[in-house]
Design a protein around this ligand. Structure first.
Ligand code: FES
Length: 441
């Protein structure tokens, strides 16, 4: 009921109840109210380049199949047989002409249609409507610069409306390093489970730069958040000269980014490897030429409501935070590279991504440790009486900066406040007009 939500989120005063991160009833309700309505990231078209290619993904807790059908069209359907619910596909990815259910062998085509039913004539003729027993398809699907997004709600606004002005920031992760639109591919995925609520991760990526001390050790050795692709120096210089901005958007998205006064000159970064040096120099110059003034905007991190985050710089890619329970989340990190980059560049980036990210990477462990202990220390009866504090830079946002959205020019929890304000609207089942409503002023 609505009353159960009262008092949980107070973004005017800056308090959020710990129940959002531990409570079972709220969790079940958000699966229904948030995950069956919002646009969710399910994969990348480069994972399914050919007809019949599929990748099993997730939407909320549920398994879905991202599949390119025989005609080349992309679909997302629920990975559950319409007969007794068996998972029709138990592989992570592959190529097939049919999905055959292992239980009683109903078969589905690559566009999700029920095709084969054993003993159809003798047992089902005249009764079973095959069309009506196709795999459940999502309400809407969008291919944005190669990334595939889906929502179960056929009434949802189109994806670009949902994305709003956060688009310019997400583009920094999806476009080629030389400024061309799209043209990226997934080079690998890390998957792992961590014992904390999925919103801890989404919130962190909204632009919680305040947590940088957590990564002090990796910063010191030169691969932490302030180092570019393992090289300290160039990025430090860019960051020091740039104006940092923390931005929230009315749709619940948020980003931390930085704008240079003028686009910098390229600084030699890979003198020990001419292939890398040439590629990154070329991309840097090309990007400046193509984007002009827009090249001053440095790619950074952000989250798209509710559970997709991205890194615009290295390690470039998207993260999906899939809920398992109130205190358990499956993290998927999709790493991106320019499709037409030389193999040596891709290989270099693959190694860098593995070293930096994921369960065995250097930075991710720091974050997991924080979320894990914060969760354990928040499930107790007494702990739950004390809400989390989100008062940082309260009232400091402006909407008259050069870039759209509500912008704060110092570290702030404004993006998190906006995120939970939006979260509450979903939980209350508000209309799409209200969901895409106002940010913090
Ligand atoms: Fe799939 Fe019976 S559960 S055919």
């Amino acid at each position: 009921t609505g009353e159960a939500l009262d008092g949980l989120v107070d973004t005017d005063k800056g308090f959020i109840s710990r129940e959002l991160f531990v409570d079972e009833d709220l969790y079940r309700r958000e699966l229904e109210s948030v995950f069956t309505r919002a646009w969710l990231f399910v994969g990348h078209e480069s994972q399914i380049p050919n007809p019949g290619d599929f990748f099993t993904s997730r939407m909320g807790e549920e398994s879905v199949i991202l599949c390119r059908d025989k005609r080349g069209e992309i679909h997302v359907f629920l990975n559950s047989c319409r007969h007794r619910g068996m998972k029709v596909c138990r592989y992570e990815s592959g190529n097939t002409s049919l999905f055959t259910c292992p239980y009683h062998s109903w078969t589905y085509t690559t566009d999700g249609k029920l095709q084969g039913v054993p003993q159809y004539r003798s047992l089902y003729d005249g009764v079973l409507d095959r069309e009506a027993n196709s795999l459940a398809q999502v309400g809407k699907i969008a291919n944005y610069k190669g990334t595939i997004w889906a929502t179960w709600d056929p009434e949802a606004p189109d994806f670009l409306t949902y994305l709003g002005d956060a688009k310019v920031h997400l583009d920094q992760a999806l476009d080629c390093r030389d400024g061309r639109e799209g043209g990226s591919e997934v080079i690998g995925i890390h998957k792992w489970v961590f014992p904390a609520n999925w919103k801890f991760a989404a919130e962190n990526f909204l632009g919680d730069t305040y947590h940088n001390p957590s990564h002090r050790s990796v910063d010191l050795i030169g691969i932490g958040p302030s180092a570019e692709a393992g090289k300290k120096g160039r990025r430090d210089d860019e960051l020091e000269k740039a104006q940092h901005i923390w931005v929230s958007f009315p749709e619940g998205h948020g980003v931390h980014s930085a704008v240079q006064p003028t686009a910098n000159e390229y600084v030699e970064s890979f003198l020990d490897n001419p292939v890398l040096e040439e590629y990154f120099r070329h991309c840097y110059e090309e990007r400046k030429r193509r984007l002009g003034d827009q090249a001053r905007l440095l790619p950074f991190v952000g989250s798209i409501f509710p559970n997709t985050s991205y890194h615009g710089r290295q390690p470039r890619g998207l993260c999906a935070w899939h809920p398992h329970s109130p205190t358990s989340t499956e993290a998927w990190r999709f790493f991106l590279v320019d499709k037409d980059a030389p193999d040596e560049v891709k290989d270099y980036l693959r190694r860098y991504y593995m070293r930096y990210s994921g369960p065995a990477g250097m930075t991710e462990q720091d974050d997991m440790e924080n979320w894990l202990y914060a969760t354990r220390a928040s499930v107790g009866t007494v702990a739950r009486r004390y809400p989390f504090n989100y008062q940082q830079s309260l009232g400091k946002a402006t909407d008259s900066y050069d870039y759209p959205g509500s912008v704060t020019l110092q570290p702030t929890e404004q993006m998190a406040r906006g995120y939970y304000r939006t979260w509450m609207k979903y939980m209350r089942g508000e209309s799409w007009d209200a969901l895409l409503g106002e940010g913090e002023r």
